[in-house]
Design a protein around this ligand. Structure first.
Ligand SMILES: Cc1cc2nc3c(=O)[nH]c(=O)nc-3n(C[C@H](O)[C@H](O)[C@H](O)COP(=O)(O)OP(=O)(O)OC[C@H]3O[C@@H](n4cnc5c(N)ncnc54)[C@H](O)[C@@H]3O)c2cc1C
Length: 446
């Protein structure tokens, strides 16, 4: 039997989605030796479903996310792969940021490379090695065989809090009470679509901008009303919810990404149920594209050009942290002293039963994410980043978006660097000190 490969770093981050990649870049820029371990071939995680990045601006249009996360958007703009934040009208949120997924990947990989992060793709983290309250190593599998990542600090940005879960951190699955989880959705892209004709027929909310390479404004984000076709769509297997809405975006002319193929009632952290969701969603995607072509003005010539590489998972596990962001924190727009990121996106819960999306705005337009909500109970040297942090149903409905997850990740990188400098465990780092460093560096924009 081959020896297990042992690799030593200051920080190892698991998961290269928004919550992981910003943690890795920020810590490496602050001088740490960092590994980023990702089970797929891609960075940016769920953005690859075909989404715009929400949460860079608050409910009043003021930007709340700076630092690496904003630099990533600026690089995408410079490379012709984003319009930057776009004002939305007749929508549940103030703005969103459309991106070309390929350009976003390229820019994030450039930033990881320049910072000196060692990326391990096609590498699945499997098991933490726990001694007392410390994670001493995390095991992983790749085609090279079994690996062991050894570090002072670990960040779990797997979305599901996989590492924390296997290390015995207390947590809940899904919503408080019954554990039901927000639906999963497979993204599909269709082209060529006459977007103006589509909007004239079924458009509700929208955002317009000049797309890269174009001279006139066009629709880049839209809410579409499919209520007149409810019966036909529900026969395909998609629950439309009470408002009959689906969403989409378009960064280039005549190509649309649709967020419509929703799978309800399955658990994305259960291998059997996730597999069922993958199978069902790919069958439904083809039927839905045919439905769109045969029924919806603007889609007459349109075919599927891409399905997302995997089904997007909105919700699975939430750690029990030293502090759990509460419904009131989000609804009242509280900003505690140890806030390490700001969330300006409204509460957006896709109902686990009927699939309807329900929105509620945040008092004051933004709220703060306490450092303690990243710190799991029972461990000293692991932080959770991204959607797996400790949050109530309503707070989670807001912090789960990518602007907030990127900002949380960046704070994890700062905390890991402070832990190394002060020879402390990362979970003992003072959230006020992290906040102060982030504000001084212009990362957190209060
Ligand atoms: C259908 C859908 C639509 C959404 N719409 C929007 C939107 O329009 N705008 C918006 O801002 N947000 C949207 N969101 C929310 C947002 O995309 C996610 O909440 C966010 O990406 C979470 O970031 P994350 O880094 O925590 O997790 P993820 O983006 O899920 O990234 C986790 C990464 O960890 C990797 N990973 C998992 N387990 C392991 C392991 N054991 N070992 C190694 N790697 C592992 C995964 O492959 C993945 O790359 C949507 C979500 C879904 C599902």
């Amino acid at each position: 039997m081959q020896d297990r490969m042992k690799l030593h770093y200051d920080l190892v981050v698991f998961g290269a989605g928004p919550g992981g990649l910003s943690a890795a870049i920020s810590a490496a820029r602050l001088g740490l030796r960092v590994a980023l371990v990702e089970r797929s071939s891609m960075v940016a995680g769920t953005v690859n479903v075909g989404l715009c990045l929400h949460g860079f601006e608050d409910g009043h249009g003021d930007r709340v996310v700076g630092g690496i996360s904003w630099e990533l958007i600026q690089r995408c703009i410079d490379e012709g792969g984003s319009t930057g934040p776009v004002r939305l009208l007749q929508a549940h949120m103030y703005s969103t940021t459309p991106v070309d997924m390929a350009v976003l990947q390229k820019c994030a990989l450039d930033m990881l490379d320049e910072a000196g992060v060692e990326c391990w793709f096609h590498t699945l983290a499997t098991e933490p090695v726990v001694e007392g309250s410390r994670v001493t190593a995390v095991r992983a599998w790749s085609n090279s065989g079994e690996m062991e990542f050894i570090a002072r600090t670990f960040v779990d940005a797997t979305g599901h809090a996989d590492i924390a879960y296997r290390a015995g951190v207390p947590m809940r699955s899904g919503r408080v009470g019954d554990g039901a989880m927000q639906p999963m959705t497979l993204g599909i892209s269709m082209a060529p679509v006459d977007i103006t004709k589509m909007m004239d027929a079924i458009g509700e909310g929208y955002g317009m901008a000049v797309k890269p390479g174009m001279t006139e404004e066009d629709y880049v984000w839209f809410a579409l009303n499919l209520t007149p076709w409810r019966d036909a769509i529900e026969r395909i297997g998609i629950r439309l919810g009470d408002r009959g809405t689906c969403w989409g975006n378009s960064i280039y002319p005549r190509i649309v990404n649709l967020n419509a193929v929703k799978i309800i009632g399955l658990n994305g952290a259960d291998a059997r149920e996730l597999s069922q969701a993958e199978v069902a969603s790919r069958r439904i995607a083809v039927q839905f594209s045919t439905f769109m072509r045969e029924n919806i003005p603007g889609f007459e010539q349109a075919y599927i050009t891409r399905t997302s590489p995997y089904i997007g998972i909105r919700e699975t596990r939430h750690i029990d942290g030293l502090y759990t962001l509460s419904d009131a924190d989000a609804v009242e727009g509280r900003i505690p002293d140890d806030s390490i990121a700001l969330c300006g996106y409204p509460i957006d819960i896709h109902d686990p039963v009927d699939g309807a999306a329900r929105f509620q705005s945040i008092g004051g337009g933004r709220f703060g994410i306490s450092f303690k909500s990243l710190v799991p109970q029972k461990l000293d040297n692991l932080l959770v980043s991204g959607r797996g942090i400790s949050a109530s149903d309503m707070a989670f409905g807001s912090v789960r978006v990518m602007g907030a997850c990127l900002a949380i990740g960046e704070a994890c990188g700062y905390a890991a660097a402070m832990a190394k400098d002060s020879n402390q465990n990362v979970c003992e780092i003072d959230g006020l000190a992290v906040r102060s460093a982030l504000e001084t560096a212009g990362v957190m924009l209060v």
